[in-house]
Write a protein that binds this ligand. Structure first.
Ligand code: ACO
Length: 320
């Protein structure tokens, strides 16, 4: 009897730029307060690239990937593929993944970007899972990297306060260990709701525009639904989860989703207080903290769920 091939996350690495922007820094140029931002979003600070000499997304992604490779004990030459989720690429092409490939020296790898906004990491991870379980590729780097500060209208107080820059990467590797790896995943999009969260590629106003209340409402509904669907696909009840690691957009969105899923607060990972919304980097940034604190061991179950512009929603259930 042939053994079923699984795709396991064997390491994580993250990187954020040095510069920290506190909520109080916004008070100098916007009609806002630290208190308003912290109470409405849960965010207290975020890391951003230098305004004068912005670090490109490929550099942040490369640094995160280097850490993930080192922790996996894996050389760049062993990597079969790089899938990079980003909505802030260095160029339309070459892809950010190709730029990272050459900087890392992953000479054997394929490389491409995925555009699913803040749900990008769950989409990239799902693609990596399919490629690895199909048996053609053994080690794939999945990266989420964003330089969101370059896309913001810094006069729009309802949007620019939410985001931060950063990157996260995981190494996904084929494994024959039964029951370990990516257990199930669920992806769904709703293009009809595209206009509530947009970043135009052309035209005069090339900054992020958002109907915050609408995004909030749909995020709670769609993230709850995707989480339930992925658990049902795995035939497991939500009690089996050790950690719920949602996209870090707003602590009130995260609490509302956790409440609807009947998840106790101790299982819900939330670190947006220090990073803000880093889009496709937010799930690996949260995973890294849990892993570094010794929270991940053989058999630990984590549920990743994210929503992004598109709208896109993705949920991935992982058994480490
Ligand atoms: N400081 C002070 N006041 C503010 C600020 C601010 N930074 N921003 C908005 N306000 C004001 C508004 O102008 C409004 O004033 P008004 O009543 O005089 O018109 C008031 O606060 C209330 O505004 P709301 O939009 O109702 O505030 P809300 O509680 O909904 O919070 C927020 C706004 C934080 C944007 C919230 O809607 C939210 O987080 N939505 C989700 C956004 C999001 O997460 N987007 C990204 C997710 S997907 C992805 O990651 C790409």
């Amino acid at each position: 009897m042939s053994t079923m091939r699984n795709a396991r996350i064997i390491s994580v690495g993250t990187y954020v730029p040095e510069t920290v922007m506190e909520n109080s820094d916004f008070e100098r140029f916007l009609d806002t307060t630290d208190e308003w931002i912290a109470s409405r979003t849960g965010i207290r600070q975020r890391h951003i690239v230098s305004k004068e000499l912005p670090t490109p997304a490929s550099h942040l992604g490369r640094e995160a990937a280097l850490i993930a490779l080192k922790r996996a004990g894996c050389s760049p030459a062993e990597i079969d593929g790089i899938i990079c989720a980003t909505f802030t690429p260095d160029y339309f092409f070459p892809s950010t993944a190709c730029r990272i490939q050459t900087e890392l020296g992953c000479t054997r790898a394929f490389a491409f970007d995925v555009g699913a906004a803040c749900a990008g990491f769950t989409y990239a991870l799902t693609i990596a899972n399919s490629l690895v379980t199909a048996g053609q590729y053994s080690k794939v780097l999945v990266i989420g990297t964003e330089v969101i500060s370059k896309t913001l209208d810094w006069t729009d107080r309802s949007t620019c306060i939410l985001f931060g820059d950063g990157a996260g990467a995981v190494v996904v590797a084929g494994s024959e260990t039964p029951g370990r790896g990516i257990v199930s995943s669920y992806l769904k999009s709703d293009g009809a709701l595209g206009d509530i969260l947009v970043l135009p590629a052309w035209g005069e106003k090339r900054t992020m525009q958002m109907k915050g209340n609408e995004v909030f409402k749909h995020a709670v509904r769609l993230m709850t639904d995707a989480s339930e669907k992925v658990m049902a696909a795995a035939g497991l009840s939500i009690d089996r989860i050790d950690y719920f690691i949602p996209h870090q957009a707003n602590s009130r969105i995260i609490s509302a989703v956790a409440e609807q899923l009947h998840l106790p607060a101790e299982k819900v990972v939330c670190n947006l207080e220090r990073f803000g919304n880093t889009s496709s980097a937010s799930i690996p940034l949260a995973l890294d903290e849990i892993w570094a604190a010794g929270g991940i061991s053989d058999g630990t179950m984590a549920l990743f769920t994210a929503l992004g512009g598109g709208l896109t929603v993705g949920s991935v259930l992982v058994c480490f």
